[in-house]
Design a protein around this ligand. Structure first.
Ligand SMILES: [Zn+2]
Length: 116
């Protein structure tokens, strides 16, 4: 069985790493492309003005600005925890950790906004 190392959070708020059953999915980060736009161009909204620069448009379409996906390292698929195979207890711990991560991320984002 495929496994993946994951961090879970207990009710007493102790983190620990466990080996959990895994399944392979198409990388949601790059949608199975295996590539993403280079850092600076990520999330940049290109206007039709930008595309009038034919050299730029051509290299953009050709993927000159693409780098291997940071999530799957270009493998196009990733191993994720197979939540269907978890015991209810482990699932609860795993979900608790995920929502904790979300909270941390939101707080970090709020701090970044506050710092600007
Ligand atoms: Zn990817």
């Amino acid at each position: 069985m495929k496994t993946v190392l994951a961090c879970v959070l207990t009710k007493k708020l102790n983190y620990f790493e466990v080996v959990l059953p895994a399944k392979r999915i198409v990388c949601p980060h790059c949608d199975g492309e295996g590539a993403e736009l280079r850092g600076g161009l990520k999330g940049l909204c290109l206007s039709s003005e930008d595309m009038k620069d034919h050299d730029f448009a051509r290299s953009y379409m050709r993927g000159d600005y693409d780098v291997a996906c940071s999530h799957c390292k270009g493998a196009r698929v990733i191993d994720v925890v197979d939540t269907d195979s978890l015991t209810p207890k482990m699932l609860a711990r795993y979900v608790r950790k995920l929502s904790q991560d979300c909270r941390d991320e939101r707080e970090a984002a709020a701090e970044r906004r506050g710092a600007e």
